[in-house]
Design a protein around this ligand. Structure first.
Ligand code: GLA
Length: 388
């Protein structure tokens, strides 16, 4: 793979210079959905699939981008002096956004580069291909130009770029999971203060299976920002009656006590999800600590129900994928993962049931939805790295 990408790089951009190869993972969130902009907890992990980057410094200010995933777009040019979002050159807004964000944080990128990317995360799948490109770009800038930034900084800069350059008001989960990934571990992150712990994922006799609905999702045109502002409004209403900083500060009992302050039924539902999902995440991590994978699975299922009924971010494709998964013997838990509105589900499936799972869920999904889903048995990988 690496060799082929370097060959491709030379074919597109020419030989010579110091050509370096990098990787940044994608991520899947096991539980704690739509909690990261509500001061709650999340429990994602990095994957062994992700984005490969081949890069070489230039002596001028020119930026040349090429994606093996969007070959028809050819080489897209820009300059470090002209870092503006451009609809026509869609994907380059992610690396450009990160370069712009470095500048905003006092680390101006003075020199250009040639950058070739190849991602094996299904695009628009909810496995954070965009955050993966962002963290990869930050890592490349750090390595090529010697900026002094930690991996946690790379996560924050990536989120800043996504918010300010790409206009998506995302939380910190995706960039954090990617920048801080550790093989075999999920990250238990408190988004209120960025305290985190690594939790080993020992699913004795079970696997993580990602089912892709193949319904594409773009955060920008989805209802993501709308959900976020509904939660902010609900928080402001609750703050009228009790001094909390975020919805993540509330227990279930406290929420029930104060929810009457929220003057709109939809906002009550949104806030209820945020509060209960955060509590579910705490319980799920505790369950895993006690080797109670069964309870972990039940909490995943409850998470999906809440995302479907209270947060309303699923839709027929995700619901079908999950509801068909629940029917299969040997499925410990299954839920949508990521922002929702399409993308993927994550399921924990007993080893001996994986084959039947893919067959049965695949068949039922195709029958109901009219096109196929895709299935991936995944491994938990590490964070960004220079490969050569
Ligand atoms: C997207 C965002 C994350 C998070 C999830 C939902 O992936 O980028 O910050 O809000 O949705 O949990």
């Amino acid at each position: 793979m690496q060799k082929k990408l370097v060959e491709k790089f030379k074919e597109i951009f020419g030989e010579g210079g110091d050509i370096r190869v990098y990787f940044a993972p994608g991520r899947v969130n096991l539980i704690g959905e739509h909690t990261d902009y509500n001061g709650g907890h999340v429990f994602p992990c990095a994957l062994t699939i992700g984005t490969y980057g081949v890069a070489r410094k230039r002596d001028d200010q020119t930026l040349r981008f090429y994606s093996v995933n969007f070959e028809r777009l050819g080489v897209l040019e820009s300059s470090v002096e002209q870092l503006k979002a451009d609809k026509k050159a869609d994907w380059t807004n992610y690396p450009k956004g990160v370069m712009w964000a470095f500048g905003q944080k006092g680390m101006k990128v003075e020199q250009g580069m040639d950058l070739l990317l190849f991602g094996n995360i299904p695009n628009g799948s909810g496995l954070s291909s965009s955050a993966s490109v962002e963290v990869l770009t930050g890592y490349v800038l750090k390595d090529l130009f010697g900026f002094d930034v930690s991996n946690q900084d790379l996560a924050l800069i990536g989120q800043f770029a996504e918010n300010q350059f790409n206009g998506v008001n995302c939380g910190i989960m995706d960039q954090f999971a990617i920048a801080m990934g550790r093989a075999g571990h999920a990250i238990f992150l408190d988004t209120a203060d960025l305290k985190y712990e690594y939790a080993p994922i020992k699913l004795d006799g079970a696997k993580i299976v990602i089912s892709c609905t193949n319904k594409k999702r773009g955060l920008g045109d989805s209802k993501y920002n709308e959900r976020r502002s509904e939660c902010e409004q609900a928080l402001a209403e609750i703050q009228e009656v009790v001094g909390i900083r975020t919805l993540g500060d509330l227990s279930e009992e406290q929420f029930e006590q104060y929810k009457a302050a929220v003057k709109d039924e939809t906002r009550v539902k949104r806030a209820r999800h945020a509060v209960y999902e955060n509590q579910r995440t705490l319980k799920a991590v505790e369950a895993l600590r006690n080797d109670n994978v069964k309870l972990f699975g039940e909490l995943m299922n409850a998470s999906h129900v809440s995302l479907r009924d209270d947060y309303e971010v699923t839709g027929i494709e995700l619901d079908t994928m999950v509801e068909e998964a629940w029917k299969v013997e040997g499925v410990i838990g299954s839920r949508m993962t990521g922002a929702g509105f399409g993308g993927c589900t994550v399921s924990i499936v007993k080893d001996e049931a994986v084959e039947a799972f893919i067959e049965q869920v695949g068949k039922a999904y195709k029958e109901k939805i009219g096109y196929e889903g895709d299935f991936y048995v995944v491994e938990i990988g590490g964070g960004p790295a220079r490969l050569a």
